[in-house]
Design a protein around this ligand. Structure first.
Ligand SMILES: *Cc1c(COP(=O)(O)O)cnc(C)c1O
Length: 228
């Protein structure tokens, strides 16, 4: 096996182990491979290895790679970066799932961008697990109101929550709070059970805390090239 195949297999084995250790069925988990800064050719290689969920954090890069790889049937493109209102149309055109709705204005912009398109866009509400507003994500005490607002927009479907573990805290503690927020979200949108959490450094903790969607980059892709 080449390096990419062996790293992917290794991560998948670790995901299965973590799921079983938590009494969960590994098949409940969606492993998104984060390919940011890597060339589109890497996504073709991953596709040949069976990867169908790909994550990008910059709109221009997402748009360019999706255009280049339009022939890869069945790829689901996850937009995991900070969403800007002036990029909403392009994000909507290129993403199947947007993980980073964290304020009414971005929900509005994504909804307005639906235009004639009758496709409903899957979105996650990003929650800030830190006290630093600059880190992105809705403050937890505003979660229910953002959920109500977003669920009221007919072209968006609220599927769940997304979060990034803080640097300054044990991931398990932060992800435990996220599980509570997920329960609170489901009092507003009962079927919004997705939890997008867990990266290279902390996916086992995220699985133990109930994550359904893992966003794993470097453990699979190898070291990222410098930000272009
Ligand atoms: C880059 C990125 C990841 C993947 O990070 P790794 O540590 O390489 O696994 C996950 N989520 C978000 C939001 C990212 O920007």
């Amino acid at each position: 096996m080449d390096d990419l195949a062996s790293r992917l297999a290794d991560v998948d084995a670790r995901i299965s182990d973590a799921a079983r250790a938590a009494g969960r069925d590994p098949s409940e988990l969606t492993r998104i491979v984060v390919t940011k800064f890597h060339p589109a050719a890497l996504i073709s290689e991953l596709y040949a290895l069976g990867v169908r969920d790909v994550g990008e954090n910059r709109q221009q890069e997402l748009t360019a790679k999706r255009a280049e790889l339009g022939g890869l049937a069945g790829v689901r493109w996850h937009f995991i970066g900070q969403a800007q209102t002036n990029k909403a149309r392009a994000v909507r055109a290129a993403a199947d799932v947007v993980h980073s709705v964290d304020r009414q204005r971005i929900a509005d912009a994504l909804h307005a961008a639906s235009g004639e398109d009758e496709r409903v866009l899957d979105v996650l509400l990003q929650v800030n697990l830190t006290d630093d507003p600059a880190r992105g994500g809705v403050a937890p005490d505003e979660l229910e109101s953002l959920a109500e607002y977003t669920a009221g927009l007919s072209s968006l479907r609220v599927r769940g929550l997304m979060a990034v573990a803080p640097l300054e805290e044990r991931p398990a503690a932060a992800f435990a709070r996220l599980a509570d927020y997920s329960a609170r979200l489901r009092t507003v949108v009962p079927d919004a059970g997705w939890i997008s959490a867990g990266m290279t450094a902390d996916f086992a903790e995220a699985i133990a805390a109930g994550a359904t969607h893992l966003r794993i980059g470097s453990a699979i892709t190898g070291q990222r090239p410098p930000r272009g």
